[in-house]
Design a protein around this ligand. Structure first.
Ligand code: 6PG
Length: 507
């Protein structure tokens, strides 16, 4: 790797699929990159790919074989982007950079899916050695190459330096239609449109928001997968028929990247067999959905659709148990639907997906709101919805409506209370309900679709059975309760077992 010494704009560490594509994206946008990976083959790969795609006359990516060389190749103060797996590897790289002589005014941007509390800790730990900034990236490998959604957070000073770069490489949205502006060719640069990169807040806030993005992603994927199982096992539709149905749905309010790729997955064949029929039904997970579910419990924000999506992945992994149980645990007898009934059923299923999706997003946004309050972050939800309109995995037409809801009311507590979304739910709830009833009678598990309906019914219930629950708690543990006929805040306890004993008011 003997190349002419040029001081580069950006140092890049970690040249896996995401890293390599981010490097090429940065290069397309006019930045010179000093690139390093512990695996030197990846450095050579990135340089080779850049040579293939580079439409300028000068090299854009410079390979480095050590952290020291990387620092010496950069303009000062150094700006270094990390694309390494979350957890231990991030610290290993940070320590190596310290060993190589990184300076206190140098900036290191962690673009991985780090756990947000780790980011908060890291920012403090490395404070005197360099500025740790974070910017989660969404959009997979294509997003990284042609425009991801970026969720930067950390010191505002660092953001002023990173902003023009991040806005250049991010996905763009047409400000009038709210739709993504396509960029698919190497060398292509989009200079107009709203960038899908906006400052989220202090250290940890960006990774928290990305974590919730992934929680919503889990829910969205699970909802689509449940619909697929209903159409396959309930109606006996072929992969092609399901793909056609999804394709039609993708023209309306369900228009989304995840629906679009589901069509492609369903249509993919190997020797005339749909590949999806050959894929083992055991779901993997890297942890961000689980973190979202755990955080929702900790914050006390109900997110049942997201949690159900995590459970669905867990239960899928018990393949042997499921196969064994399928031999002797009964379900309902199969009922055939005629053509007209099928049409009506499919229409209702569409509405069920739409409503469940609204609930999943409502849960995610409320979770961010409550977490922000707890951690003293000022999150701009309209801006978050805006940057999710393109580039990221959950990009969907739907996010324009969420942007508008938070623009109408920046303090909106829950999307279900917004005028647009409440109208949509009122319009479709009867079909949703009927679909869940029919699917339950078919014996098909739809945890995400049905838990969303329970969530909806809970949110719209002025009175829940927690009065009895409070009675139970007071009965066995003297945990006290408030009364609806007395002043708020006053606590009561009853000696339940002893008849005729007085109710004791507790201060
Ligand atoms: C994204 C994705 C990305 C990744 C997730 C999914 O926004 O680009 O969410 O971050 O694909 O890690 O991970 P699992 O499904 O494996 O948990």
């Amino acid at each position: 790797m003997t190349q002419e010494k040029v001081l580069c704009d950006i140092g890049f560490i970690g040249l896996g699929v995401m890293g390599k594509n981010l490097v090429l994206n940065l290069a397309d946008n006019g930045y010179n990159i000093a690139a390093f990976d512990l695996n030197q083959e990846k450095v050579s790969d990135t340089i080779t790919q850049d040579k293939l795609e580079n439409k300028t006359n000068s090299p854009r990516v410079y390979g480095c074989n050590s952290y020291t060389e990387l620092l010496s190749q950069l303009k000062a103060p150094h700006l270094i982007v990390l694309s390494v797996p979350a957890g231990e590897p991030v610290d290993q790289v940070c320590e190596s950079l310290i060993g190589a002589g990184i300076q206190p005014d140098d900036i290191v941007i962690d673009t991985g899916n780090s756990l947000w509390v780790d980011t908060v800790e890291r920012e403090k730990r490395y404070k005197n050695q360099f500025i740790l900034f974070s910017s989660a990236v969404s959009g997979g490998e294509v997003g990284a190459r042609f425009g991801p959604a970026l969720m930067p957070s950390g010191q505002p000073y660092a953001w002023t330096r990173i902003k023009p770069i991040w806005e250049a490489i991010s996905a763009k949205v047409d400000p009038i239609t709210g739709k993504p502006i396509e960029r698919t060719e190497p060398g292509e640069v989009i200079e107009h449109g709203d960038p899908c990169a906006a400052y989220i807040g202090p250290a940890g806030a960006g990774h928290y928001v990305k974590m919730v993005h992934n929680g919503i992603e889990y829910a969205d994927m699970q909802i689509i997968c449940e619909a697929y199982q209903v159409l396959r096992d309930g109606l006996g539709m072929s992969c092609e028929e399901i793909a056609n149905t999804f394709e039609k749905w993708n023209q309306g309010p369900l228009d989304s990247y995840l629906m679009e790729i589901s069509v492609e997955v369903l249509r993919h064949k190997v020797d005339d067999t749909p590949l999806v029929d050959l894929i083992l039904d055991k779901a993997g997970q890297k942890g961000t959905g689980l973190w979202t579910a755990v955080s929702s419990l900790e914050v006390g924000c109900p997110a049942p659709t997201i949690s159900q999506a995590v459970y669905a992945r867990s239960i899928s992994s018990f393949k042997a148990t499921r196969v064994a149980a399928s031999e002797f645990l009964d379900g309902p007898a199969k009922k055939e639907l005629n053509e007209e009934e099928t049409k009506v059923f499919v229409g209702r299923l569409h509405d069920a997906i739409y409503c469940a999706k609204i609930c999943a997003y409502a849960q995610g946004f409320q979770l961010m709101k409550l977490a922000a309050k707890e951690h003293n972050w000022t999150l701009d939800f309209s801006s978050i919805a805006k940057i999710w309109r393109a580039g990221c995995i959950i990009r969907a037409v739907f996010l324009q409506s969420i942007t508008e809801a938070f623009t109408r009311n920046e303090d909106l507590e829950n999307l279900l209370l917004d005028e647009f979304f409440s109208k949509q739910l009122n319009l479709h709830q009867a079909n949703w309900r009927q679909a869940i009833a029919d699917i339950t009678l078919m014996g098909i598990p739809v945890g995400a679709l049905s838990s969303s309906l329970s969530y909806y019914d809970s949110v719209r219930s002025a009175v829940l059975p927690a009065n009895l629950l409070q009675g139970q708690r007071d009965f066995f543990g003297a945990h006290t309760f408030e009364r609806t006929d007395k002043s708020a805040g006053k606590k009561y306890h009853v000696e339940w077992a002893a008849e005729g004993r007085p109710m004791i008011a507790i201060k």
